[in-house]
Design a protein around this ligand. Structure first.
Ligand code: SF4
Length: 353
């Protein structure tokens, strides 16, 4: 078994598109309980049979409105949430994958150093009573058994890597700005030299001016440390900057996947088209593209609409959309879509007005 410390050393053996992690039929249902005896009366189908492939050293973005299941999916991959069904195949050396979904907590422990998370809120995610040495050093102490001088030196090095001064070791989080705290969160995530970092809305709580600095830091660290990112975001402007591939989720399912520039240029699902219409044009003098305002709310995953879950909001819906569930299928060129009419529709991407 590869330890977290040794993990970075052999990543060079990876072929560019080797899958580091593959989810198959990943499902997370939360039971809805009622009454005195907590009888199960239904389920929130937060993640419902998702297939996902994350190639080594690439950035895959999971996008969709709040409530689409993207954060729950990210937490299932880390086993913060126990999946209800499905497999999480992880191939740390490009060899035979291991199924993280079926592992006991004991067997899973070494892999917890391989897959780490950067959280959304740099204020809530750092314990205010712990120094940076304790915060960043905790995964090194718990996961790799580092103590004393070794621990201190490694934490100081990590602070340097993320653009913070090593003299900050004994300071508390409240001495820092939001951007600096997010740097601490990134240092903590990188402490064990992980292979995969799940960044869940990692910049959405930050000021716009700080956001770009953190995104650039994440990109630099990816190159330096051979990192693979699962970048979870509702902000498609940020995703366009960060991601190689995009996975669009709606009501707990994947509705479209593709390489970022292709998907942004010519979406193959009406939901993606609507999301892209809200991306601000980087050129403020350009004519504003027409925004598609979807009717109604995002589907309730405790009562998913029949047929295509998106049909009550879709401007292109036809008769079969309310009754037949569209499968996620190959459309060509490495693209997939879960729309019955993906080949017929001409949808507008970010370059359209
Ligand atoms: Fe719209 Fe029908 Fe396609 Fe669903 S299957 S996205 S309702 S056109």
């Amino acid at each position: 078994m590869t330890t977290g410390t040794a993990a970075a050393a052999d990543t060079a053996e990876y072929a560019e598109d080797t899958a580091l992690l593959t989810a198959e039929g990943l499902t997370k249902h939360f039971p809805i309980r009622r009454g005195l005896f907590g009888r199960t009366v239904g389920a929130v189908r937060a993640v419902d049979g998702v297939d996902l492939r994350i190639p080594a050293r690439r950035t895959v973005a999971l996008v969709g409105e709040s409530g689409c299941g993207k954060s729950t999916l990210g937490r299932c991959l880390l086993r913060v949430h126990e999946p209800t069904a499905g497999r999480i195949l992880y191939a740390p050396d490009g060899g035979t994958p291991v199924d993280l979904a079926g592992m006991s907590e004991r067997a899973l422990a070494p892999y917890r150093t391989h897959i780490r998370m950067v959280f959304q809120d740099p204020y809530a995610s750092l314990n205010p009573r712990m120094t940076l040495l304790q915060i960043v050093g905790e995964p090194l102490r718990v996961g790799l058994g580092l103590t004393g001088k070794d621990l201190e030196e490694r934490v100081a090095e990590l602070l340097r890597r993320v653009g913070l001064r090593p003299e900050y070791l004994r300071r508390y989080p409240n001495a820092f700005s939001g951007g600096q705290r997010q740097r601490v969160g990134i240092a903590r995530a990188l402490a064990t030299r992980p292979r995969l970092v799940v960044a869940d809305e990692a910049v959405s709580a930050l000021d716009v001016s700080v956001r770009a600095q953190i995104l650039n830091l994440l990109k630099d660290l990816q190159d330096e440390e051979d990192l693979t990112y699962l970048f979870i975001s509702h902000d498609l402007g940020v995703v366009e900057y960060m991601a190689d591939e995009v996975v669009v989720m709606y009501a707990g399912r994947v509705v479209e996947t593709g390489a970022t520039d292709e998907l942004y240029g010519a979406p193959l699902h009406p939901y993606t088209e609507a999301l892209l219409s809200a991306v601000p044009d980087p050129d403020p003098t350009a004519r504003r593209r027409e925004r598609i305002v979807l009717r109604g709310e995002v589907a309730d995953t405790s009562r998913v609409p029949s047929g295509c879950a998106f049909h009550p909001r879709c401007f292109y819906a036809r008769d079969r959309c309310a009754t037949e569930v569209p499968a996620l299928r190959e459309i060509g060129g490495g693209r997939t879509s879960a729309c019955h009419y993906a080949e017929e529709l001409t949808l507008r991407g970010v370059n359209a007005l």
